[in-house]
Design a protein around this ligand. Structure first.
Ligand code: AMP
Ligand code: MN
Ligand code: MN
Ligand code: MN
Length: 285
């Protein structure tokens, strides 16, 4: 059985480990095929590819794109992308610009609640100054003693309705799927169980995604409770989408570790079904 994990983060976005250490950790956890999927940034892929060659595992170039659909944030994972494709590279750069502007508004909002210096503070926790996000604010809020841990930082400051949360318009679903496909990649809806859509809207999302050329949906993810796996496997099948598996690893000790997930249900069509990289692995495994 190949251990395939197609969703994780390095410190190029909001993970804790540099790309090479993420790859080394995956290898230590017996992962054969790994996709690095940093938020809105692909600059960790070159380092990860070198580390993967050294560790003898197969690296799939990936990304996790922030999208706004029907007023909510939805994450679209791109797999087997070409990070150099101009549509994708320029699109992601636009999202990162938006992140800087959002960070300023978050900081202004926190200042109105008596917390000063959050903008510079959050940037201090971002290894990649191009990619700042709520997790960097959370780590700074913890270090400043405003909250005991990252979880509490999200609960008290960084989620809807709290000081420090600002509305933000990410890119469109159409753009995200379009850029991924233009670059030769496959688009996958990340952690579908995390979105607060009603059943009707959830169906609309799956239909719209499919109509745009989206091909997969995460079934086994660190964000789904095991009791939800069957539901998403059934929906994948009903909507003609392939199934993906990924821990969404961010840091040691946080959530599920890389590769430490159950296998896809046997009746799922895996996203990697026709991938030559995986067939090559299977031949030698
Ligand atoms: P952003 O894209 O900057 O809005 O940040 C989203 C990221 O924050 C997610 O990818 C997670 O890594 C993290 N996150 C979101 N919600 C929570 C939460 N409730 N607790 C801890 N981390 C969270
Ligand atoms: Mn994240
Ligand atoms: Mn996500
Ligand atoms: Mn993720």
């Amino acid at each position: 059985m190949l251990n395939i994990d197609l969703h994780c983060h390095s410190n190029v976005s909001d993970g804790m480990l540099p790309p090479a250490e993420v790859v080394a950790r995956a290898a230590a956890n017996s992962v054969h095929v790994l996709a690095l999927t940093d938020h809105d940034d692909t600059s960790g892929l070159a380092e990860a590819a070198i580390a993967a060659r050294d560790a003898g595992l197969t690296l799939i170039p990936g990304v996790e794109i922030s999208v706004t659909w029907h007023g909510q944030t939805v994450h679209i994972v791109g797999l087997r992308i070409n990070p150099a494709h101009p549509d994708l590279a320029n699109g992601l750069q636009g999202i990162r610009h938006g992140r800087q502007e959002r960070a300023q508004r978050m900081s202004d909002d926190l200042a109105r609640s008596g917390i000063d210096g959050a903008y510079a503070g959050a940037y201090g926790y971002a290894a990649n100054k191009q990619m700042v996000g709520r997790v960097h604010f959370a780590r700074w809020l913890v270090a400043q003693g405003h909250v005991p841990d990252v979880r509490a930082a999200f609960q008290r400051y960084l989620t809807q309705g709290k000081p420090g949360y600002v509305e933000h318009e990410w890119t469109s679903l159409d753009n995200a799927v379009g850029w991924i496909r233009a670059s030769g990649g496959m688009a996958v809806i990340a952690h579908p169980g995390r979105y607060a859509f009603k059943a009707r809207e959830q169906q609309l999302l799956l239909d719209a995604f499919r109509a745009l050329g989206g091909e997969g949906i995460e079934v086994i993810t660190g964000s789904h409770h095991p009791s939800e796996y069957g539901k998403w496997a059934d929906l994948a099948r009903a909507f003609g989408l392939k199934a993906s598996r990924g821990a969404d690893f961010h840091a040691p000790g946080e959530g599920i570790d890389i590769g430490r997930l159950p296998a896809l249900p046997h009746y799922c069509q895996p996203v990697w079904q026709d991938w030559p990289e995986v067939a090559a692995h299977a031949a030698v495994a």
